[in-house]
Design a protein around this ligand. Structure first.
Ligand code: NDP
Length: 443
């Protein structure tokens, strides 16, 4: 058995019932093989892979809170601090009923390489809870967030671990969490990112993941002799990433025609009305049926289906494993030539392989959606300086970072003879920097 296979087998054995974590480790280690085989003796001696797949620590805790009926509810909170070789742990907090330790570990593991790719000094971590913010009153969300931080505050700090938003955690939740952290510790510091603009948030953070996804996609197309203008784009999701991906795609002259949420999806052949979508999702927090009700050109369908629409470019921006092998076959048959992941691991391994084998340009999430965490790191810089930069300043830096990420992953793919394989390129480019730091710092 090779080194990669040995380590992967141990991961499966030591972490049973964590299929998403196994999937993430497998995907990363398999693609790292060329870089690992070139240094196998040293990496084995230093147990680099064994150290990489074992988080620095995993924190799991009870989150009790009182609902509007006076009933006590109990959720489970998580923070996995995976690797801080190149900077303080950094990664979002996911609030969704599906959250468990395996999902947080998969996300934390991926975050190490993504954060490294940004070129900024941030380590990898992730957290969250199985709390479902849907259908909860503002007061209930506040009660949950304050209880969550009452435990988590012990483990985080501006130079230690800086959580951010993710699915279910937006500006409202970050505000309640920041308020509680400040109250308990007495510190006004950049301990969380995704904050409101009146108390230390960064301009362009809200837009950053979606905009960054399009900056990278545009550069990938350009370097492959294609232009994004005039192309038809299908997008899944209708949350933070999807909304700003749709907006930037339109600004670049493309035509996004779909979006979706966990109950259904919209096909709007005239192009998604992003202002209407924002009103429904960001202001009213309503379902997509309202979009179809307000717009004649739109069709609403129950369930899953955006990948059946003919397109040039597909941008999965909802959640993990939402694009499977059947979807990949449909996309290829319909002439789709580029897929860039806005969400984390939205494409199954089998689907990724199929897309790549069929000549589809494929940008993996850890590169394509790194704009969010990169701008979070820019928020940390502004907090440390006690200054705020303009929207244009942040947006320009974001664009520079995304273009740079694309060239780094492209170069890494060429260095190991895998030209155009951006999955391998992203994993290797992210990995090499972290490993250098781990080796330099010793055991
Ligand atoms: P949001 O909560 O704002 O939106 C998520 C969207 O995806 C919603 O439309 C939601 O629908 C839909 N969705 C969630 N779970 C499912 C599911 N199981 N099946 C179908 N649809 C689902 O989250 P974000 O937009 O912030 O995040 C989307 C993805 O991007 C995640 O994978 C996240 O980890 C990743 N990401 C986000 C970053 C950020 O800066 N926000 C940065 C990097 C990655 P509904 O509302 O009905 O649940």
């Amino acid at each position: 058995m090779g080194y990669v296979e040995e380590v992967y087998a141990k991961v499966v054995e030591k972490n049973p019932s964590q299929p998403e974590f196994h999937q993430a480790v497998k995907e990363v280690l398999e693609t790292l093989k060329p870089a690992i085989e070139a240094n196998e003796e040293l990496y084995r001696k230093e147990a680099i892979l064994e150290r990489l797949v074992e988080p620095d620590r995993q924190i799991m805790f009870r989150v009790p809170w009182v609902d509007d009926k006076g009933q006590i509810q109990v959720n489970r909170g998580f923070r996995v601090q995976f690797n801080n070789s190149i900077g303080p742990y950094k990664g979002g907090l996911r609030l969704h009923p599906s959250v468990n330790i395996g999902i947080i570990k998969f996300l934390g593991f991926e975050q190490i390489f993504k954060n490294s790719l940004t070129g900024l000094p941030i380590g990898g971590g992730k957290g969250g809870s199985d709390f479902d913010p849907k259908g909860k009153s503002d007061r209930e969300v506040m009660a949950f967030c304050k209880s969550f931080i009452t435990e988590l505050y012990k483990y985080i700090g501006a130079d230690e671990d800086v959580p951010a938003g993710d699915i279910g955690t937006g500006a409202r939740e970050i505000g309640y969490m920041f308020g509680q952290y400040k109250r308990i510790t007495g510190l006004y510091e950049g301990v969380l990112t995704g904050k409101g603009l009146s108390y230390g948030g960064s301009l362009a953070r809200t837009e950053a993941t979606g905009y960054g996804l399009l900056y990278l996609t545009e550069e990938m197309l350009k370097c492959n002799g294609k232009d994004i203008a005039g192309k038809t784009v299908v997008v899944s999701g209708a949350g933070n990433v999807a909304i700003y991906a749709i907006q930037k795609a339109q600004q670049l002259g493309a035509k996004p025609v779909t979006c979706s949420d966990s109950t259904g999806w919209i096909y709007d052949p005239e192009g998604i009305d992003v202002e209407l979508l924002k009103e429904i999702k960001e202001v009213k927090r309503a379902r997509l049926t309202e979009y179809a009700a307000a717009r004649k050109s739109a069709e609403y369908h129950e369930g899953k289906g955006v990948w059946t629409i003919k397109c040039d470019i597909a941008l999965p921006c909802a959640t993990q494993n939402e694009l499977d092998i059947e979807d990949a076959k449909t996309l290829v048959a319909n002439g789709c030539f580029a897929v860039a992941e806005g969400a984390n691991m939205p494409t199954t391994l089998e689907a990724t392989k199929y897309l790549q084998e069929n000549g589809v340009l494929f940008a993996p999430g850890k590169a394509a959606n790194a704009g969010g965490v990169a701008t979070s790191a820019l928020e940390m810089s502004q907090n440390s300086e006690r200054l705020s930069w303009t929207f244009e300043e942040v947006d320009n830096k974001l664009k520079g970072i995304m273009v740079n990420i694309f060239h780094n992953i492209d170069d890494a793919s060429r260095k190991y003879g895998k030209e155009g394989d951006y999955v391998t390129g992203a994993n290797i480019a992210g990995f090499e920097k972290v490993v250098d730091a781990m080796l330099a710092q010793g055991v």
